[in-house]
Design a protein around this ligand. Structure first.
Ligand SMILES: NC(=O)c1ccc[n+]([C@@H]2O[C@H](COP(=O)([O-])OP(=O)(O)OC[C@H]3O[C@@H](n4cnc5c(N)ncnc54)[C@H](OP(=O)(O)O)[C@@H]3O)[C@@H](O)[C@H]2O)c1
Length: 377
């Protein structure tokens, strides 16, 4: 085995040889990231940074639902936490980026400048660094050069579903008319009323414009992935377009978040389309509902559960692959988050071996679970 391939090593490393990792933020992605670091034989959980005062001093294993204590306690002391990984480790930046994009970018720069490799789902524009705005890329490249460090941004839907999986499948296709990546979710069990009602618009009057699908927003969030896929498939896009359909509820729906009244929004479906030769050829599609029976004619998970990710290659042969990931007690949303987190965390040993800079899903290999089979305890 060559040095270049040591990140595939199956042998557990001595603690001193493992890459120390700081997980920054312990929400959906942060919890899953802590578990992914603990599971990786080449990584060592070095620290956890939190924003929520009530979490300070709590063991990372408890915060992450890992089933065991780790001896690593959460802190708000960013500087001391970064010192644990400076020059030799990595940061999983899992704090909010959508509501505080400038602060998140500044935090990522700070970690890169200290010489830590950084992986994060929080900076959407950098899913496709080639099309990211210069005012974001410039300071990040400067910080990476200062620290000699590398960055990988991935994670939405859940990252691999809109980049490496469709590209892998396209390699099994003959003629390809369309590449379609779907996230199909029923948000009934999501239990984040603010996001579900205010951001997505479920239960709001049909006259309400949900911020998640306001014109331009889907392209801002998912357009990078469409451009990345175009690059991987070797095509030039004419443009990126959006479509949106919304459905009202026929009857009241009741769940843990309360009542969603008849006549209010009960489902939405949007596409971010990469147009090639005037046709939508690369499509990222979301189908989101607030109950299993809403919009029954729209795509649904094959097994009737609450969520799935699917890639469909229209062509000859036609290919369709559906991934149904589960975590945190059979929860499909948590399953999607966990796969996104594992993809990021598993990239760390590879990133540590790269030259300073920004890497994307076309660069970062999908490493097999070497050394993890049968080692869940
Ligand atoms: N979930 C996904 O699959 C996914 C996919 C793509 C992108 N993303 C993006 O990745 C980021 C994390 O997603 P998530 O689902 O894990 O979100 P989340 O569950 O809301 O967690 C975000 C965490 O950010 C921290 N935080 C909140 N306000 C903060 C502030 N003002 N300053 C610093 N930290 C703050 C909190 O950490 P503590 O609780 O530890 O204090 C919170 O738990 C978001 O930007 C999201 O848009 C997520």
């Amino acid at each position: 085995m060559t040095d270049e391939n040591t990140f595939y090593s199956a042998a557990p490393l001595a603690v001193a040889d493992r890459v120390p990792v700081l997980v920054w933020g312990t929400g959906n992605m942060g919890r899953a990231s802590i578990r992914a670091v603990l599971a990786h034989p080449g990584l060592e959980l070095a620290g956890v940074v939190v924003h929520t005062a009530a979490k300070v001093g709590v063991d990372a294993g408890e915060l992450a639902g890992a089933g065991a204590s780790t001896g690593v306690r959460a802190t708000t002391d960013v500087e001391s936490a970064l010192a644990l990984v400076a020059g030799r480790g990595a940061v999983v930046y899992a704090a909010s980026g959508d509501i505080r994009p400038d602060d998140a970018a500044a935090d990522v720069c700070r970690a890169l400048a200290r010489g830590a490799a950084v992986v994060t789902p929080a900076l959407y524009a950098l899913y496709d660094p080639a099309s990211a705005p210069a005012e974001l890329v410039g300071p990040i490249r400067a910080a990476a050069a200062e620290g000699g460090s590398a960055l990988f941004v991935s994670g939405i839907d859940p990252g691999w579903g809109n980049d490496v999986l469709p590209l892998l499948l396209s390699g099994l296709a003959g003629t390809v008319d369309e590449v379609r990546c779907q996230e199909i979710f029923d948000y009934s069990a999501y239990d984040q009323p603010d996001a579900v009602r205010t951001l997505v618009g479920m239960g709001e009057p049909m006259a309400y414009e949900p911020p998640m699908v306001a014109p331009g927003v889907p392209t801002m969030v998912w357009g990078g992935q469409v451009r990345l896929l175009a690059r991987g498939l070797g095509v030039e896009l004419d443009e990126v377009r959006e479509t949106l359909e919304r459905r009202a509820l026929d009857a009241d729906v009741h769940n843990a978040m309360g009542t969603f009244a008849a006549g209010t929004q009960g489902a939405l479906r949007f596409e971010v389309q990469g147009i090639v030769g005037g046709q939508p050829r690369i499509v990222v599609e979301h189908v989101t509902r607030i109950g299993p029976d809403v919009a029954p004619d729209w795509p649904r998970p094959a097994d009737g559960a609450d969520g799935a990710h699917r890639v469909v290659i229209e062509g000859r042969p036609r290919l369709s692959v559906t991934i149904e990931a589960e975590d945190e007690g059979g929860n499909r949303a948590a399953g999607g988050n966990a796969t996104a987190a594992v993809r990021l965390v598993n990239a760390i040993p590879w990133l540590r071996a790269q030259s300073p800079g920004i890497y994307d899903a076309l660069d970062v290999p999908l490493s097999p679970a070497a050394g993890r089979l049968g080692r869940s305890s």
